[in-house]
Design a protein around this ligand. Sequence first.
Ligand SMILES: *Cc1c(COP(=O)(O)O)cnc(C)c1O
Length: 388
Amino acid sequence: MSNIQQIDNTYIAHTYARFPVQLVKGKGSLVWDENGKEYIDLGSGIAVNGFGISDDAWLEAVTEQLKKLPHSSNLYYTEPCARLAQMLCERTGMKRVFFGNSGAEANECLIKAARKYAAEKHGPDCYTIVTLRNSFHGRTLTTLSATGQDHYHELYQPLTPGFAHIAPGDMDSLKALAATTKIAAVLIECVQGEGGVVPLDRAFTDALAQFCAENDVLLAVDEVQTGNGRSGQLYAYMCYDLKPDIVSTAKGLGGGLPIGACLLGEKVQDVFAPGDHGSTFGGNPAACAGGVSILGRTDEALLAGVRERSAYIFDALTGAPGVEAVNGLGLMIGIKTVKPAREVVAKCIENGVLCLTAKDRVRLLPALNIPMDQLKKAVAVLRAACGE
Ligand SMILES: *Cc1c(COP(=O)(O)O)cnc(C)c1O
Protein backbone atom coordinates (compact mmCIF):
# COMPACT_ATOMS: atom_id res chain seq x y z
CA MET A 1 0.00 0.00 0.00
CA SER A 2 1.39 3.42 -0.95
CA ASN A 3 2.03 6.21 1.51
CA ILE A 4 -0.89 8.23 0.14
CA GLN A 5 -3.23 5.28 0.57
CA GLN A 6 -2.09 4.98 4.21
CA ILE A 7 -2.61 8.71 4.86
CA ASP A 8 -6.04 8.54 3.22
CA ASN A 9 -7.04 5.53 5.31
CA THR A 10 -5.92 7.36 8.44
CA TYR A 11 -7.47 10.76 7.82
CA ILE A 12 -10.44 10.28 5.48
CA ALA A 13 -13.75 9.15 6.97
CA HIS A 14 -14.32 5.52 6.08
CA THR A 15 -17.40 6.05 3.93
CA TYR A 16 -15.88 4.58 0.75
CA ALA A 17 -14.61 1.08 -0.06
CA ARG A 18 -11.88 2.33 -2.39
CA PHE A 19 -10.09 0.07 -4.86
CA PRO A 20 -6.31 -0.04 -4.21
CA VAL A 21 -5.54 2.34 -7.08
CA GLN A 22 -4.16 5.86 -6.74
CA LEU A 23 -4.88 7.94 -9.83
CA VAL A 24 -2.64 10.86 -10.73
CA LYS A 25 -3.68 12.05 -14.19
CA GLY A 26 -5.94 11.39 -17.13
CA LYS A 27 -6.71 12.48 -20.67
CA GLY A 28 -9.85 11.54 -22.56
CA SER A 29 -10.70 7.94 -21.64
CA LEU A 30 -7.19 7.07 -20.45
CA VAL A 31 -6.02 7.46 -16.87
CA TRP A 32 -2.72 6.70 -15.12
CA ASP A 33 -1.87 5.62 -11.58
CA GLU A 34 1.09 6.61 -9.40
CA ASN A 35 3.23 3.86 -10.93
CA GLY A 36 2.55 5.05 -14.47
CA LYS A 37 0.22 2.14 -15.23
CA GLU A 38 -2.37 3.06 -17.89
CA TYR A 39 -6.08 2.25 -17.63
CA ILE A 40 -8.99 2.63 -20.03
CA ASP A 41 -11.74 4.37 -18.10
CA LEU A 42 -15.26 2.92 -18.42
CA GLY A 43 -16.57 4.79 -15.37
CA SER A 44 -15.99 8.50 -16.15
CA GLY A 45 -15.84 9.36 -12.46
CA ILE A 46 -19.42 7.98 -12.18
CA ALA A 47 -20.86 9.60 -15.32
CA VAL A 48 -19.19 12.96 -14.67
CA ASN A 49 -16.41 13.18 -17.25
CA GLY A 50 -18.87 12.86 -20.14
CA PHE A 51 -16.41 14.13 -22.73
CA GLY A 52 -13.50 12.30 -21.11
CA ILE A 53 -10.96 13.65 -18.67
CA SER A 54 -9.67 17.17 -19.23
CA ASP A 55 -11.37 17.55 -22.62
CA ASP A 56 -9.54 20.37 -24.48
CA ALA A 57 -12.49 22.67 -25.24
CA TRP A 58 -13.93 22.20 -21.73
CA LEU A 59 -10.52 22.91 -20.19
CA GLU A 60 -10.16 26.11 -22.18
CA ALA A 61 -13.67 27.33 -21.30
CA VAL A 62 -13.13 26.64 -17.60
CA THR A 63 -9.59 28.07 -17.51
CA GLU A 64 -10.65 31.29 -19.24
CA GLN A 65 -13.43 31.72 -16.71
CA LEU A 66 -11.12 30.91 -13.78
CA LYS A 67 -8.79 33.68 -14.92
CA LYS A 68 -11.63 36.18 -15.23
CA LEU A 69 -13.99 35.42 -12.35
CA PRO A 70 -14.02 32.03 -10.57
CA HIS A 71 -16.77 32.93 -8.10
CA SER A 72 -19.09 35.84 -7.49
CA SER A 73 -22.02 34.64 -5.28
CA ASN A 74 -25.62 34.88 -6.39
CA LEU A 75 -25.91 38.55 -5.47
CA TYR A 76 -24.79 39.49 -8.98
CA TYR A 77 -25.37 38.46 -12.59
CA THR A 78 -22.75 36.43 -14.47
CA GLU A 79 -22.80 35.31 -18.10
CA PRO A 80 -21.98 31.55 -17.84
CA CYS A 81 -24.81 30.96 -15.38
CA ALA A 82 -27.37 32.81 -17.52
CA ARG A 83 -26.16 31.14 -20.74
CA LEU A 84 -26.25 27.63 -19.31
CA ALA A 85 -29.79 28.15 -17.97
CA GLN A 86 -30.87 29.47 -21.36
CA MET A 87 -29.38 26.46 -23.14
CA LEU A 88 -31.03 24.02 -20.72
CA CYS A 89 -34.45 25.63 -21.18
CA GLU A 90 -34.18 25.94 -24.96
CA ARG A 91 -33.14 22.30 -25.31
CA THR A 92 -35.84 20.91 -22.99
CA GLY A 93 -38.79 23.32 -23.09
CA MET A 94 -38.45 23.82 -19.34
CA LYS A 95 -38.88 27.41 -18.16
CA ARG A 96 -36.40 28.20 -15.38
CA VAL A 97 -33.33 26.69 -13.72
CA PHE A 98 -32.00 26.63 -10.17
CA PHE A 99 -28.31 25.77 -9.90
CA GLY A 100 -26.71 23.91 -7.01
CA ASN A 101 -23.57 21.80 -6.73
CA SER A 102 -24.61 18.16 -6.69
CA GLY A 103 -27.30 15.72 -7.58
CA ALA A 104 -28.60 15.66 -4.03
CA GLU A 105 -28.87 19.45 -3.99
CA ALA A 106 -30.72 19.41 -7.33
CA ASN A 107 -33.16 16.90 -5.83
CA GLU A 108 -33.58 18.96 -2.65
CA CYS A 109 -34.67 21.84 -4.87
CA LEU A 110 -36.98 19.54 -6.82
CA ILE A 111 -38.62 18.35 -3.59
CA LYS A 112 -38.98 21.88 -2.22
CA ALA A 113 -40.49 23.12 -5.51
CA ALA A 114 -42.98 20.23 -5.58
CA ARG A 115 -43.98 20.72 -1.94
CA LYS A 116 -44.43 24.48 -2.22
CA TYR A 117 -46.42 24.21 -5.45
CA ALA A 118 -48.68 21.45 -4.15
CA ALA A 119 -49.31 23.13 -0.77
CA GLU A 120 -50.26 26.40 -2.44
CA LYS A 121 -52.44 24.74 -5.06
CA HIS A 122 -54.01 21.84 -3.16
CA GLY A 123 -53.61 22.74 0.52
CA PRO A 124 -51.05 22.08 3.27
CA ASP A 125 -51.91 18.37 3.50
CA CYS A 126 -50.78 17.82 -0.09
CA TYR A 127 -47.09 17.06 0.37
CA THR A 128 -46.55 13.34 -0.23
CA ILE A 129 -43.99 12.55 -2.92
CA VAL A 130 -44.12 9.05 -4.35
CA THR A 131 -40.84 7.47 -5.45
CA LEU A 132 -39.96 3.97 -6.60
CA ARG A 133 -38.51 1.04 -4.73
CA ASN A 134 -34.87 0.46 -5.62
CA SER A 135 -34.47 4.16 -6.53
CA PHE A 136 -31.60 6.42 -5.54
CA HIS A 137 -31.98 10.17 -5.12
CA GLY A 138 -29.04 11.24 -2.96
CA ARG A 139 -27.51 11.19 0.50
CA THR A 140 -28.82 14.27 2.27
CA LEU A 141 -31.37 13.29 4.87
CA THR A 142 -34.31 14.32 2.69
CA THR A 143 -33.06 12.82 -0.57
CA LEU A 144 -32.22 9.68 1.42
CA SER A 145 -35.83 9.65 2.59
CA ALA A 146 -36.87 9.90 -1.07
CA THR A 147 -34.60 6.97 -1.93
CA GLY A 148 -36.64 3.76 -2.02
CA GLN A 149 -34.10 1.40 -0.44
CA ASP A 150 -34.59 0.42 3.19
CA HIS A 151 -30.92 -0.28 3.90
CA TYR A 152 -30.08 3.40 3.34
CA HIS A 153 -32.71 4.37 5.90
CA GLU A 154 -31.85 2.18 8.85
CA LEU A 155 -28.99 4.20 10.34
CA TYR A 156 -30.56 7.63 10.10
CA GLN A 157 -33.95 7.58 11.77
CA PRO A 158 -36.10 9.61 11.95
CA LEU A 159 -36.22 10.46 8.26
CA THR A 160 -37.93 13.39 6.59
CA PRO A 161 -41.64 12.49 6.48
CA GLY A 162 -43.79 12.78 3.38
CA PHE A 163 -42.39 10.09 1.09
CA ALA A 164 -44.11 6.92 -0.08
CA HIS A 165 -42.55 4.20 -2.19
CA ILE A 166 -44.16 1.92 -4.76
CA ALA A 167 -42.61 -0.87 -6.81
CA PRO A 168 -41.79 0.04 -10.42
CA GLY A 169 -44.79 -0.96 -12.51
CA ASP A 170 -47.21 -1.08 -9.58
CA MET A 171 -49.93 1.36 -10.69
CA ASP A 172 -52.45 -0.38 -8.42
CA SER A 173 -50.52 0.63 -5.28
CA LEU A 174 -50.25 4.18 -6.56
CA LYS A 175 -54.00 4.39 -7.15
CA ALA A 176 -54.73 2.82 -3.75
CA LEU A 177 -52.46 5.37 -2.10
CA ALA A 178 -54.10 8.23 -4.00
CA ALA A 179 -57.47 7.14 -2.60
CA THR A 180 -56.32 7.92 0.96
CA THR A 181 -53.46 10.42 0.60
CA LYS A 182 -53.01 13.63 -1.34
CA ILE A 183 -50.05 13.20 -3.69
CA ALA A 184 -47.92 16.20 -4.62
CA ALA A 185 -45.54 14.54 -7.06
CA VAL A 186 -44.21 11.31 -8.45
CA LEU A 187 -40.42 11.19 -8.78
CA ILE A 188 -38.69 8.62 -11.01
CA GLU A 189 -35.36 7.73 -12.59
CA CYS A 190 -36.05 6.47 -16.12
CA VAL A 191 -33.14 4.09 -15.59
CA GLN A 192 -32.42 3.20 -11.96
CA GLY A 193 -28.67 3.74 -11.87
CA GLU A 194 -27.44 2.91 -8.38
CA GLY A 195 -30.24 0.33 -8.25
CA GLY A 196 -28.42 -1.85 -10.79
CA VAL A 197 -28.99 -0.02 -14.11
CA VAL A 198 -32.63 -1.02 -14.51
CA PRO A 199 -34.66 0.82 -17.17
CA LEU A 200 -38.35 1.39 -16.39
CA ASP A 201 -40.93 -0.22 -18.67
CA ARG A 202 -42.49 2.07 -21.23
CA ALA A 203 -45.99 0.85 -20.35
CA PHE A 204 -45.39 1.93 -16.74
CA THR A 205 -44.05 5.40 -17.58
CA ASP A 206 -47.00 5.90 -19.96
CA ALA A 207 -49.44 4.94 -17.20
CA LEU A 208 -47.65 7.18 -14.69
CA ALA A 209 -47.75 10.15 -17.05
CA GLN A 210 -51.47 9.60 -17.57
CA PHE A 211 -52.07 9.29 -13.82
CA CYS A 212 -50.16 12.52 -13.15
CA ALA A 213 -52.02 14.43 -15.87
CA GLU A 214 -55.45 13.22 -14.71
CA ASN A 215 -54.83 13.91 -11.02
CA ASP A 216 -52.85 17.16 -11.26
CA VAL A 217 -49.85 15.41 -9.71
CA LEU A 218 -46.42 16.74 -10.67
CA LEU A 219 -44.26 14.41 -12.75
CA ALA A 220 -40.65 14.79 -11.62
CA VAL A 221 -37.68 13.04 -13.24
CA ASP A 222 -34.27 12.54 -11.63
CA GLU A 223 -31.79 12.83 -14.52
CA VAL A 224 -28.73 13.15 -12.30
CA GLN A 225 -27.12 10.04 -13.80
CA THR A 226 -29.21 9.47 -16.95
CA GLY A 227 -28.97 13.04 -18.19
CA ASN A 228 -26.79 15.13 -20.47
CA GLY A 229 -26.53 12.69 -23.35
CA ARG A 230 -25.87 9.48 -21.48
CA SER A 231 -29.11 7.76 -22.56
CA GLY A 232 -28.52 8.45 -26.25
CA GLN A 233 -30.93 11.40 -26.06
CA LEU A 234 -30.18 14.66 -24.24
CA TYR A 235 -32.33 13.49 -21.29
CA ALA A 236 -33.60 9.95 -20.75
CA TYR A 237 -37.22 11.16 -20.34
CA MET A 238 -37.02 12.03 -24.05
CA CYS A 239 -36.50 8.31 -24.81
CA TYR A 240 -39.80 7.72 -22.98
CA ASP A 241 -41.67 10.66 -24.57
CA LEU A 242 -42.43 12.10 -21.12
CA LYS A 243 -43.23 15.75 -20.43
CA PRO A 244 -42.01 16.21 -16.85
CA ASP A 245 -42.92 19.20 -14.71
CA ILE A 246 -39.58 19.18 -12.88
CA VAL A 247 -36.22 17.66 -13.80
CA SER A 248 -33.06 17.40 -11.71
CA THR A 249 -29.65 16.81 -13.22
CA ALA A 250 -26.00 16.97 -12.19
CA LYS A 251 -23.10 14.50 -12.75
CA GLY A 252 -22.27 14.92 -16.47
CA LEU A 253 -23.56 18.48 -16.81
CA GLY A 254 -20.36 20.10 -15.55
CA GLY A 255 -17.93 17.91 -17.52
CA GLY A 256 -15.84 17.36 -14.39
CA LEU A 257 -16.69 20.20 -12.01
CA PRO A 258 -19.41 20.06 -9.35
CA ILE A 259 -22.78 21.33 -10.56
CA GLY A 260 -26.42 20.42 -10.10
CA ALA A 261 -29.48 21.88 -11.77
CA CYS A 262 -33.20 21.76 -11.10
CA LEU A 263 -35.28 22.55 -14.20
CA LEU A 264 -38.70 23.99 -13.51
CA GLY A 265 -41.45 23.46 -16.10
CA GLU A 266 -44.42 25.66 -16.86
CA LYS A 267 -46.53 24.69 -13.85
CA VAL A 268 -43.83 25.37 -11.27
CA GLN A 269 -41.80 28.06 -13.02
CA ASP A 270 -42.89 30.78 -10.61
CA VAL A 271 -42.96 28.71 -7.44
CA PHE A 272 -39.89 30.37 -5.91
CA ALA A 273 -39.63 34.02 -4.89
CA PRO A 274 -36.42 35.73 -3.71
CA GLY A 275 -35.31 34.20 -0.42
CA ASP A 276 -37.28 30.95 -0.83
CA HIS A 277 -34.21 28.94 -1.80
CA GLY A 278 -30.53 29.50 -2.51
CA SER A 279 -26.98 28.19 -2.66
CA THR A 280 -23.68 30.04 -2.14
CA PHE A 281 -21.77 28.14 -4.81
CA GLY A 282 -24.79 27.43 -7.03
CA GLY A 283 -24.35 28.76 -10.57
CA ASN A 284 -20.61 29.09 -10.01
CA PRO A 285 -19.21 30.79 -13.15
CA ALA A 286 -16.38 28.30 -13.74
CA ALA A 287 -18.64 25.25 -13.36
CA CYS A 288 -21.27 26.87 -15.60
CA ALA A 289 -18.68 27.81 -18.25
CA GLY A 290 -17.75 24.12 -18.33
CA GLY A 291 -21.43 23.23 -18.61
CA VAL A 292 -21.94 25.60 -21.54
CA SER A 293 -19.02 23.93 -23.33
CA ILE A 294 -20.39 20.43 -22.64
CA LEU A 295 -24.05 21.08 -23.43
CA GLY A 296 -23.18 23.07 -26.56
CA ARG A 297 -21.42 20.01 -27.97
CA THR A 298 -24.00 17.45 -26.85
CA ASP A 299 -25.53 17.50 -30.33
CA GLU A 300 -27.18 14.90 -32.57
CA ALA A 301 -23.81 13.67 -33.86
CA LEU A 302 -22.58 13.01 -30.32
CA LEU A 303 -25.86 11.31 -29.35
CA ALA A 304 -25.71 9.08 -32.45
CA GLY A 305 -22.21 8.10 -31.32
CA VAL A 306 -23.57 7.21 -27.87
CA ARG A 307 -26.18 4.91 -29.41
CA GLU A 308 -23.58 3.32 -31.69
CA ARG A 309 -21.18 2.64 -28.80
CA SER A 310 -24.07 1.32 -26.72
CA ALA A 311 -25.06 -1.15 -29.45
CA TYR A 312 -21.44 -2.29 -29.69
CA ILE A 313 -21.26 -3.04 -25.94
CA PHE A 314 -24.62 -4.86 -25.89
CA ASP A 315 -23.58 -6.99 -28.89
CA ALA A 316 -20.15 -7.81 -27.50
CA LEU A 317 -21.34 -8.82 -24.04
CA THR A 318 -24.83 -10.29 -24.44
CA GLY A 319 -24.50 -14.06 -24.21
CA ALA A 320 -20.74 -13.91 -23.54
CA PRO A 321 -19.24 -16.57 -21.22
CA GLY A 322 -19.92 -15.64 -17.59
CA VAL A 323 -22.47 -12.97 -18.54
CA GLU A 324 -26.07 -13.62 -17.46
CA ALA A 325 -27.69 -10.41 -18.66
CA VAL A 326 -26.91 -6.98 -20.07
CA ASN A 327 -29.29 -4.13 -19.26
CA GLY A 328 -29.42 -0.39 -19.61
CA LEU A 329 -29.88 2.48 -22.00
CA GLY A 330 -27.28 4.32 -24.05
CA LEU A 331 -23.93 4.38 -22.28
CA MET A 332 -25.41 3.40 -18.95
CA ILE A 333 -25.04 -0.35 -18.88
CA GLY A 334 -25.37 -2.99 -16.15
CA ILE A 335 -23.97 -6.49 -16.55
CA LYS A 336 -25.16 -9.40 -14.44
CA THR A 337 -22.13 -11.67 -14.16
CA VAL A 338 -21.78 -15.22 -12.89
CA LYS A 339 -18.83 -14.15 -10.73
CA PRO A 340 -19.41 -11.47 -8.05
CA ALA A 341 -19.30 -8.04 -9.72
CA ARG A 342 -16.56 -6.75 -7.44
CA GLU A 343 -14.31 -9.66 -8.44
CA VAL A 344 -14.83 -8.88 -12.12
CA VAL A 345 -14.03 -5.21 -11.50
CA ALA A 346 -10.85 -6.14 -9.57
CA LYS A 347 -9.75 -8.41 -12.44
CA CYS A 348 -10.38 -5.57 -14.92
CA ILE A 349 -8.25 -3.19 -12.82
CA GLU A 350 -5.45 -5.73 -12.88
CA ASN A 351 -5.69 -5.77 -16.68
CA GLY A 352 -5.90 -2.00 -17.13
CA VAL A 353 -9.63 -1.24 -17.28
CA LEU A 354 -11.67 0.77 -14.77
CA CYS A 355 -15.34 -0.12 -14.41
CA LEU A 356 -17.94 0.28 -11.66
CA THR A 357 -20.52 -1.76 -9.82
CA ALA A 358 -24.18 -1.10 -8.99
CA LYS A 359 -25.85 -3.58 -6.64
CA ASP A 360 -24.87 -7.04 -7.95
CA ARG A 361 -23.97 -5.74 -11.41
CA VAL A 362 -20.89 -4.52 -13.17
CA ARG A 363 -21.75 -1.01 -14.31
CA LEU A 364 -20.32 0.80 -17.31
CA LEU A 365 -20.55 4.58 -17.69
CA PRO A 366 -17.85 5.36 -20.27
CA ALA A 367 -17.23 8.80 -21.71
CA LEU A 368 -19.81 9.59 -24.39
CA ASN A 369 -17.01 10.12 -26.91
CA ILE A 370 -14.72 7.23 -25.91
CA PRO A 371 -12.65 6.34 -29.01
CA MET A 372 -13.94 3.08 -30.54
CA ASP A 373 -10.51 1.42 -30.46
CA GLN A 374 -10.20 2.04 -26.71
CA LEU A 375 -13.76 0.87 -26.13
CA LYS A 376 -13.14 -2.36 -28.06
CA LYS A 377 -9.95 -3.04 -26.14
CA ALA A 378 -11.62 -2.41 -22.79
CA VAL A 379 -14.69 -4.52 -23.60
CA ALA A 380 -12.40 -7.41 -24.61
CA VAL A 381 -10.69 -7.18 -21.19
CA LEU A 382 -14.06 -7.09 -19.42
CA ARG A 383 -15.40 -10.00 -21.48
CA ALA A 384 -12.37 -12.07 -20.54
CA ALA A 385 -12.73 -11.12 -16.86
CA CYS A 386 -16.36 -12.30 -16.85
CA GLY A 387 -15.56 -15.60 -18.55
CA GLU A 388 -12.43 -16.69 -16.71
C1 LIG B 1 -25.60 10.19 -8.14
C2 LIG B 1 -27.06 10.37 -8.03
C3 LIG B 1 -27.64 11.28 -7.13
C4 LIG B 1 -26.81 12.02 -6.11
O1 LIG B 1 -25.89 12.88 -6.71
P1 LIG B 1 -24.71 13.51 -5.82
O2 LIG B 1 -24.03 14.45 -6.78
O3 LIG B 1 -23.85 12.39 -5.37
O4 LIG B 1 -25.36 14.22 -4.69
C5 LIG B 1 -29.00 11.46 -7.17
N1 LIG B 1 -29.77 10.79 -8.03
C6 LIG B 1 -29.26 9.91 -8.92
C7 LIG B 1 -30.17 9.22 -9.86
C8 LIG B 1 -27.89 9.66 -8.93
O5 LIG B 1 -27.40 8.77 -9.79
